[in-house]
Design a protein around this ligand. Structure first.
Ligand code: MG
Length: 170
């Protein structure tokens, strides 16, 4: 049985993942307002991933007989100066998520909560990918500079992103 403190932290993580989805939708809305529909699509798929993360934690809490409680979401940042600012904000956000996952792992280890370690290991790997993908886009946006053809190409590429939950889920 997991401690009440740990269940509380997992519930906070469910809230945070849902808030992440909310933040990414606000970023998508900015991109749509700039007619960057491929970037907007990419961020909407990212929001779907965050909802999936929230559900993964939700199912886990439920499976270990914890009580899932849905928390309040904060208002996201809606105004951005540039596409670069959007993705720099996204990367900073993902770094916060990673820190939270590590904190959860610290408590899982303290409490010898072995089943929690399995799911948290999955999230640790996932965060490496999340940070890497945001970082990669930042580098490419910087490289493109004010080359509108380059921007068009990247917008097109990101517009192809498809949400694919792992096969063993659902
Ligand atoms: Mg997430």
């Amino acid at each position: 049985m997991l401690s009440e403190k740990f269940i509380g932290m997992l519930n906070e993580q469910i809230r945070f993942e849902m808030e992440s989805a909310h933040y990414y939708m606000a970023m998508a809305a900015y991109c749509d307002s700039e007619n960057l529909t491929g970037f907007a699509h990419f961020l909407k798929v990212q929001a779907q991933e965050e909802n999936f993360h929230a559900k993964k934690f939700y199912d886990f809490v439920n499976d270990v007989d914890g009580r899932v409680v849905m928390g309040k979401l904060n208002e996201p940042k809606n105004d951005y100066e540039s596409l670069l600012e959007v993705f720099e904000t996204a990367l900073q956000h993902e770094k916060k998520v990673t820190k939270r996952i590590y904190d959860l792992m610290d408590v899982a280890q303290e409490e010898k909560a072995y089943p929690a370690m399995t799911i948290l290991n999955w999230f640790i790997d996932e965060q490496v990918e999340e940070e890497n993908s945001m970082d990669d886009i930042i580098i490419r946006i910087k490289r493109i500079g004010d080359n509108s053809h380059g921007l068009y190409m990247l917008d097109n590429e990101l517009g192809q992103r498809v949400f694919t939950p792992p096969a063993d889920e659902e």
